[in-house]
Write a protein that binds this ligand. Structure first.
Ligand code: 2DT
Ligand code: MG
Length: 215
């Protein structure tokens, strides 16, 4: 039987700190809503910080608790798994989700630590999660990112770590990613993302949700 239901698209923005992800997420949601597309902004750990797991992540990032690198990695992953039902419900209602960070950040940040967790190990807990329909990688040299304002006090806001994170994003990059030079103006980056987002929303609206990340 043919279904008339159309689903929303899962659009993901990834990249290091200070690359403009939050600004671009807001701009894209505003643009889509202005064009009559139902769209919502989500972020990881972000909105899901109100959960018990989210609060543990917050305390860790603020430096008020210490955790084994593997334990915090699994908590970040669990924070995505606990959001799956909510994300699926929104997508199935036809709402496009514009998401700030996801499993690629999860793997890149954990692998970038000096303890040297392997990419292979880091990917395992996120296998089978919802797969984004579009991944936009906002990429720029870390020196250029720090010129936009010094890093803050959070645990991962260090230049050496951010450099390794960028290298791991490059290793995780898949052929269908939209790679953007994030040193360009907000408007230029926005236009590229918006154009691709509109195309992806049209293409995937009649396709089933993809629950096969890294499978
Ligand atoms: P923000 O800078 O976006 O507030 O993120 N992180 C994030 C991980 O280490 N693993 C993850 O799975 C995710 C989603 C990246 C806070 C920090 O948390 C890191 C920066
Ligand atoms: Mg940050």
């Amino acid at each position: 039987m043919l279904s008339r239901m159309t689903r929303g698209a899962f659009i993901l923005l990834e990249g290091g700190d200070r690359t403009g992800k939050s600004t671009q997420c807001r701009r894209l949601v505003e643009y889509l809503q202005g064009a009559g597309v139902a769209a919502q902004h989500r972020r990881f750990p972000g909105r899901y910080r109100t959960t018990t797991i989210g609060k543990m992540i917050d305390a860790y990032l603020a430096g008020s608790t210490q955790l084994d690198d593997r334990a915090i990695h699994l908590l970040f992953s669990a924070n995505r798994w606990e959001a799956v039902a909510d994300m699926k419900a929104a997508l199935q209602k036809g709402i496009t989700l514009v998401v700030d960070r996801y499993a690629y950040s999860g793997v890149a940040f954990s692998a970038a630590k000096v303890s040297g967790l392997s990419l292979h190990w880091c990917k395992q807990p996120d296998i089978g999660l919802l797969r984004p329909d579009l991944v936009c990688w906002l990429d720029m040299p870390v020196d250029a990112a720090t010129q936009r304002g010094a890093f803050g006090q959070e645990r991962y806001e260090r230049v050496d770590l951010q450099r390794r994170v960028r290298e791991y994003f490059a290793q995780l990059r898949e052929p269908d990613w939209l790679v953007l030079d994030a040193t360009q103006s907000v408007e230029t980056v926005h236009e590229a993302i918006a154009q691709h987002a509109v195309d992806v929303i049209a293409v995937c609206q009649h396709q089933p949700l993809r629950e096969d990340l890294w499978q």
